[in-house]
Design a protein. Structure first.
Ligand SMILES: Cc1cc2nc3c(=O)[nH]c(=O)nc-3n(C[C@H](O)[C@H](O)[C@H](O)COP(=O)(O)OP(=O)(O)OC[C@H]3O[C@@H](n4cnc5c(N)ncnc54)[C@H](O)[C@@H]3O)c2cc1C
Length: 229
């Protein structure tokens, strides 16, 4: 198992939003990974000072914010209040540290033939959405709602002017419900907190008449659950 990990060096750590760090991992093992926007890596976040955590091989999943086939990728990690191994790793990691990960992999992928694209999720979902939005042509029709804890947690997304950022918890569903969408279904990408993703899918399918095939859902986290992937 261990030898399937790719290894790189942490070469940049910067705040990309108030509660989120953009962390760059670089190195020859990261060249030509065949990255597709929306995919993620599974990062080893075990604390090297705690041998038991290494033995258990703590992994946490992070979307790739940006990638260069010359051998670097960026992840953006939210420093949330219940900080588990992932958020703690983002606080502890330093330039020059080795980072080990599996992937990239994942099924949160753009459907290029969609009449329009609907993005809904929270600030963790915005990392994958950012990569996906950058990959869309400027002419693509985009709608979306992103929930963050405040304006300081907005990410610099392409086509941000076509997205609505909201800051009140529990209002993502209402905000999607109030979107003025075209009459026909497009394709929806739903990510972030698990129950909210399910509620938005239920709205699209049950109230707007979308087919389940039109909705790509990827729950990223759930209260009380640890390390979803
Ligand atoms: C496909 C995929 C892509 C993901 N991409 C990203 C990404 O780009 N950036 C990112 O930051 N995370 C992302 N996540 C979530 C990430 O994998 C971790 O779940 C998250 O960082 C929490 O890990 P942790 O070890 O800090 O906490 P854990 O030990 O996993 O969880 C501890 C507790 O913290 C709480 N919690 C977890 N996440 C949040 C949150 N966002 N807000 C509030 N409370 C929370 C929950 O109550 C949880 O029980 C992604 C997850 C998946 C499945």
């Amino acid at each position: 198992m261990l030898n399937v990990f790719r290894r790189g060096t942490v070469t940049q750590i910067e705040p990309i939003a108030e509660r989120m760090r953009r962390i760059r991992i670089s190195g020859p093992q990261l060249r030509e990974l065949g990255w597709v926007p929306g995919t993620h890596i599974r990062l080893r976040v075990g604390d090297p000072r705690q041998p038991r955590s290494w033995l258990r091989g703590f992994l946490r999943t992070y979307s790739i914010w940006d990638y260069s086939p010359h051998g670097r990728l960026d992840v953006c990690v939210l420093d949330h209040p219940a900080a588990g191994p992932g958020a703690l790793w983002s606080r502890r990691v330093r330039i020059g540290d080795t980072a080990a990960f599996l992937g990239p992999e994942g099924r949160l992928l753009l459907r290029g033939d969609a009449p329009y694209h609907l993005f809904a999720g929270d600030e963790t979902a915005a990392v994958a959405f950012g990569a996906m939005l950058r990959a869309l042509p400027a002419s693509a029709a985009v709608h979306g709602v992103i929930l963050a804890s405040g304006p300081g947690d907005r990410l610099p997304l392409a086509q941000n002017d076509r997205l609505t950022w909201i800051y009140r918890p529990d209002e993502l569903l209402a905000a999607v419900r109030s979107l003025d969408l075209p009459g026909q279904p497009g394709v929806a990408y739903l990510a972030g907190e698990a129950r909210t993703c399910q509620a938005v899918r239920a709205h699209l399918v049950g109230e707007r008449g979308w087919s389940r095939r039109d909705v790509v859902v990827k729950p990223f986290w759930a209260p009380g659950r640890r390390g979803m992937d």
